[in-house]
Design a binder for this molecule. Structure first.
Ligand code: NAP
Length: 326
């Protein structure tokens, strides 16, 4: 039975987790994980700018409470978070490519969680790369005047806002989505003699990766673990693999030959698509940090939080055929 409180409908006896990005990859996975555990302690409240969108309507049709909230309009956040036990906060840099706007959105979310009396926040952050590679370091070109890797730095630089102005927070760091091989144009390309090439700028480093849909499962595990995780930085991955290993596993899954090409960072930065320089710097940062970066994306910890976590072969078994082979 549903009861009305704070202007939205809640299930009695359940603690509400307000989920930003519920119509997207990270938040959507969390909503699904909560719904998949009907005897668990939580109920998802899906937050979206547009409750009339097809994705929001699909959530509502599945019985999820959908509430309007726009992180660009801080005044919309108080009613969306009212009465919530937890809040999952994620921002989408790639919609606008502005580090300033992403920082403002995240800061508004952070402050709203405290004002609403939320007990536990997960902030989906990434490293501020400038802590290891200061602006004066010429290995990575400086972008947007004050960043090395805007979509990382913008998130990392608001960690302190969550630490000081938000409700008690756990910091979750996601790995590279393997789904980028489907949706982000990063999949294998056709070459000569029927073979394919996976081309990424890895600088010889392993790439920690994860099935995007599993990130929400890990977030669910963090909410289940509760207060013990507050203040922790929990990096998650399904597996860390070299470029050659990813290509070989893709080849096995596709029944084709897939070679790996380690693209020079400067070449990748020069590809010209929106965000190419940012991503080129991201990959070079990962290569410079090496094992330390991989240690901060821990598959063992992630699997403890979410036992159904997929490795790359598992992800490929379900998704290899969806990769557009250009
Ligand atoms: P996504 O699938 O692209 O969906 C974006 C979500 O953000 C949507 O649910 C959208 O909701 C919501 N949103 C956007 N602007 C909003 C606003 N102003 N107020 C409230 N909600 C808003 O996103 P995602 O992949 O889950 O997360 C994106 C983030 O993941 C990026 O910042 C990226 O840097 C990070 N990330 C990506 C990777 C990768 O490999 N791709 C790896 C690690 C981290 P509505 O449209 O319904 O309002």
């Amino acid at each position: 039975m549903l009861t009305q409180s704070h202007g939205v409908y809640d299930m009695p006896g359940k603690q509400i987790i307000a989920v930003f990005g519920a119509t997207g990859a990270q938040g959507g996975g969390l909503v699904r994980a909560i719904a998949a555990d009907p005897n668990g302690p939580f109920e998802a409240r899906a937050l979206t700018r547009n409750p009339g969108s097809d994705k929001a309507k699909a959530l509502a049709a599945a019985g999820i409470t959908v509430v309007a909230a726009d992180a660009d309009k801080p005044e919309t956040l108080a009613p969306a978070l009212a009465g919530a036990h937890g809040a999952f906060c994620v921002t989408n840099f790639w919609e606008h490519l502005s580090a300033e706007r992403e920082g403002a959105q995240a800061s508004a979310m952070a402050r709203a969680t405290k004002a609403a009396g939320v007990q536990h926040v997960i902030w989906s952050t990434l490293e501020d790369t400038r802590l290891a590679i200061p602006l004066a370091d010429t290995r990575l070109p400086t972008l947007q005047g004050q960043y090395k890797c805007p979509h990382f730095d913008a998130k990392g630089q608001v960690d302190h806002v969550f630490a000081t102005e938000a409700a008690p927070t756990t910091y979750m760091l996601a790995a590279f989505y393997w789904d980028n091989f489907i949706h982000f144009g990063m999949g294998p390309r056709a070459g000569e003699n029927g073979a394919y090439t996976l081309a990424l700028p890895l600088g010889g480093a392993k790439l920690p990766g994860i099935a995007a849909g599993d990130i929400g499962g890990c977030a669910y595990g963090i909410f289940r673990a509760g207060a013990s995780t507050i203040g922790q930085r929990i990096g998650i991955a399904g597996e860390s693999l070299s470029g050659a290993d990813m290509a070989a596993k893709m080849g096995q899954a596709l029944g084709k030959t897939v070679h790996f090409l380690d693209v020079p960072f400067d070449t990748y930065r020069g590809l010209g698509f929106p965000g190419a320089e940012d991503l080129g710097n991201m990959f070079q940062y990962q290569a410079i940090m090496g094992e330390e970066f991989q240690r901060h994306r821990d598959a063992k910890r992630a699997r403890e939080l979410f036992p159904a976590l997929q490795d790359f072969s598992g992800w490929l078994a379900a998704n290899a055929r969806s990769m557009p082979l250009g």
